[in-house]
Structure formats: structure tokens, C-alpha cells
Write a protein of this length. Structure first.
Length: 386
């Protein structure tokens, strides 16, 4: 049963999805989306752009439905009828306004060993071009553990998941089989992804599109937990911090990976985890294209994560997603609470120091937004009024 038929058959319009949604308050939204997908009405494009695709609605729905499952097909329908705009091609590896191409023109991009290995580390576009400290930390930890690994990085291997979520499925069709073949070519038994979107692409979307993979797919938190459990990594430095773990939406509600990062943090001496379960976890405001379409609202949501951490007496926020990390760092420029990726924090505990220049990263990515999106800032303010 496709998602539209499932909504028509099972949705009772109880409103529980709207009650938990941080972006919508119209209880008739489900009906509007269904009518649009059936071709019975038009829809305001701005309303499609508001969704974070965070999955809170699906978790709240007794039938596992909600708003999110309808947004992606509605965005694709709108694109089919109206064409792509530069906000939907900004992460398309084949587009002229690709943000990662622009960043590569303006900044020196780290180069990693590119050979063969039983383990392939896939940092994704964010880890390769923007939050480079994440990838550097992961590579340092793999080297310290003695793992036989190689790195598959660069825009030519973009997984395509983010573009697909924006209504542009072309990259995932063009790059999917190429990426699978390249992982096989390198002799990998395990593929480790950093980005939750990349994890979903390899773990869920690619097998459905191209058939079962002959290598294991793990998110970096899962692999780090395995290394710690097997004694290949052993934290040697005490880190005395009370930590708030920010659950990335697309990794947790999207893919069901909740506990591995918490288990990693639990192995680090001196670190006290304040939120031991994902209960009351919320979105940082980055996902679903909200950061580029509604920047002020996006950063406001990220600021809420600092308030949640403060209430629990935390001095550190740990996340496990490049988008979350970028948004939290930008929203927290004037905050006392510090933000780290899980790989960074574990690298500190293992005696590895990774340099990170937050201000340089923020200036670089925001400059790239302005160069890649026509009217960025002005157009975003206009969208905020929809």
C-alpha cells in the first residue's frame, strides 16, 4: 500500500501529528497534502518548505503516518510540475550552484588515503567540505585502532539523499550504483557513514532501489561502539563534563539508532550523560531545507537545544550529524556551552587533538550560501512570512 492510500485508509485526522510538530499548526494539513498528491488541488509551495522532516509527527501518530511521509512525494510532484529552483539544487553534485563545489573553490579541502581496505569510511559532503573536524577525528580514531580502512570522500560520491528529500531524486539515481560499485571495488566488508542522510541512503534507500548490498553498513557511532567493546580503542584521558546528547532526527527517528552514541559516551571517564534516553529529544532546526529557506527560524530552534541543555546543568552538547553540528555551533556563538561531534569528543578522550576553527567554518558556509542561492537573506525573510 503506497503512502497516500495508507493515509486515506488509516488516518483519522486525530491531530496528534500537529500537536507535536514544531513547524505546522493547521489540522487540515494532512487533507491538503493528500488532495494535492491526488491532483485535486494546488498547494502553497512555501508550506512544503517548512517541514524539517524530523519525524516527530510519525512517532506521535498511532498508525505511524503523520506529515513527513507526504512531504517528500509532494515536493517531488511540485518539482515535476514547476521545475527545480536553486534552493533545491544547492547540494546536487551536478548543479552549477552546488555549495560544496563553491566551498572547494574558496577553501583547502582535506585529502585522505584513497586505496583499498576492508573498511570504507564515508564522511559525506558535510564532513568532507564543511565540518572537516568530524572527518579528521574519525580518521584519527580509525588509525589509532589499527583498522584496515580507506576513505571515500568528495562530491563525486555524493549519496543524493538530501537532494531527494528536497524533491530532486536525480542525484540518488545517478550516483547510487556508482557508489556501491566503488565500495565493492575497494574490497570493503564494512562501510561506515558519518552523515545520517548517507546512512539512510546506503542502509535503506540503495537496497530498495538497487538490491541487497554485499557489505555491512554502519553509522560511525555504531562502529565506534564496536571498537570500544572489542578493546581496539580505549579512552585514556578523563573528560570531566556533564554532557547533553543531541539526537539527530534522521539518525534516531529516521533510522532507529538511539543508544550507540550514548554507549560510547558512557565509556569515557569523567563524562556524565544528562539525558540517558531519547525522551523529549527535539530537532535542531537544520533539516528538510529549513536552514536555507528559513534561516532565522532554523537558528532559533537550535538555540532551544542550549536551553534544554542548560536546564539539565550541562556544559557540553554532543551531536552525531554534520547539519546538527553546523546549526548548533552557529546558534551557540555566544553560549557558554560548547558543541562537539561524537568523533571529536572521543578523540579527545583517546589523547588525540583535532583543530577546529568555528568562525572560519561559519563564515565560509554562509558566504557559500549567498553565492549559491539567489537573493539569500532577502528571499529567506520573505519565505518566513508564508
Amino acid at each position: 500500500m503506497d503512502i497516500l492510500k495508507k493515509h486515506r485508509a488509516k488516518c483519522t485526522y486525530c491531530g496528534q501529528c500537529i500537536e507535536v510538530c514544531p513547524r505546522y499548526n493547521d489540522p487540515k494539513l494532512i487533507e491538503k497534502l493528500c488532495n494535492y498528491l491526488e491532483g485535486n488541488s494546488d498547494i502553497d509551495f512555501g508550506s512544503l518548505l517548512r517541514c524539517l522532516t524530523c519525524g516527530l509527527c510519525t512517532c506521535a501518530c498511532p498508525e505511524g503516518l503523520g506529515i513527513k511521509p507526504l512531504i517528500s512525494p509532494a515536493r517531488q510532484k511540485w518539482v515535476n510540475e514547476n521545475g527545480l529552483n536553486d534552493r533545491q539544487t544547492i547540494v546536487d553534485p551536478n548543479a552549477q550552484n552546488n555549495i560544496f563545489k563553491k566551498i572547494a573553490e574558496m577553501s583547502e579541502i582535506p585529502v585522505y588515503k584513497d586505496s583499498f581496505g576492508s573498511v570504507v569510511y564515508f564522511p559525506g559532503c558535510a564532513g568532507t567540505y564543511i565540518n572537516t573536524s568530524m572527518a579528521k577525528a574519525a580518521v584519527a580514531l580509525l588509525e589509532k585502532s589499527g583498522v584496515d580502512f580507506t576513505v571515500l570522500s568528495g562530491i563525486e560520491y555524493c549519496c543524493g539523499a538530501v537532494s531527494a528529500g528536497a524533491g530532486n531524486p536525480s542525484p540518488i539515481h545517478k550516483n547510487g550504483l556508482q557508489n556501491i560499485k566503488e565500495v565493492r571495488k575497494r574490497g570493503a566488508k564494512i562501510l561506515i557513514t558519518a552523515c545520517p542522510g548517507c546512512f539512510k541512503a546506503f542502509k535503506d534507500i540503495y537496497p530498495r532501489m538497487f538490491g541487497k548490498l554485499d557489505f555491512q553498513v554502519m553509522q560511525v557511532s555504531q562502529y565506534l561502539e564496536l571498537l570500544l567493546r572489542n578493546g581496539k580503542l580505549s579512552p585514556e584521558t578523563t573528560l570531566n563534563h556533564r554532557v547533553f546528547y543531541h539526537d539527530p532526527c534522521h539518525l534516531t527517528r529516521g533510522m532507529g539508532v538511539y543508544h550507540e552514541a550514548r554507549n560510547v559516551l558512557g565509556k569515557i571517564q569523567g563524562t556524565e550523560l544528562a539525558n540517558k534516553t531519547p525522551k523529549n529529544s527535539a530537532c535542531c532546526g537544520f533539516g528538510g531545507g529549513v536552514r536555507i529557506n528559513y534561516p532565522s527560524e532554523s537558528l532559533s530552534m537550535a538555540s532551544d537545544r542550549f536551553r534544554a541543555a542548560e536546564k539539565l546543568g550541562c556544559d557540553t552538547i554532543i551531536t552525531n550529524c554534520g547539519g546538527c553540528m553546523q546549526n548548533l555551533i552557529e546558534a551557540g556563538k555566544n553560549e557558554k556551552i560548547r558543541v562537539f561531534d561524537l568523533t571529536e569528543y572521543l578523540s579527545f578522550a583517546c589523547g588525540i587533538r583535532i583543530e577546529r576553527r568555528n568562525q572560519d567554518m561559519l563564515e565560509l558556509v554562509n558566504r557559500a550560501y549567498m553565492l549559491c542561492i539567489s537573493g539569500y537573506g532577502v528571499a529567506s525573510i520573505e519565505l518566513d512570512t508564508l
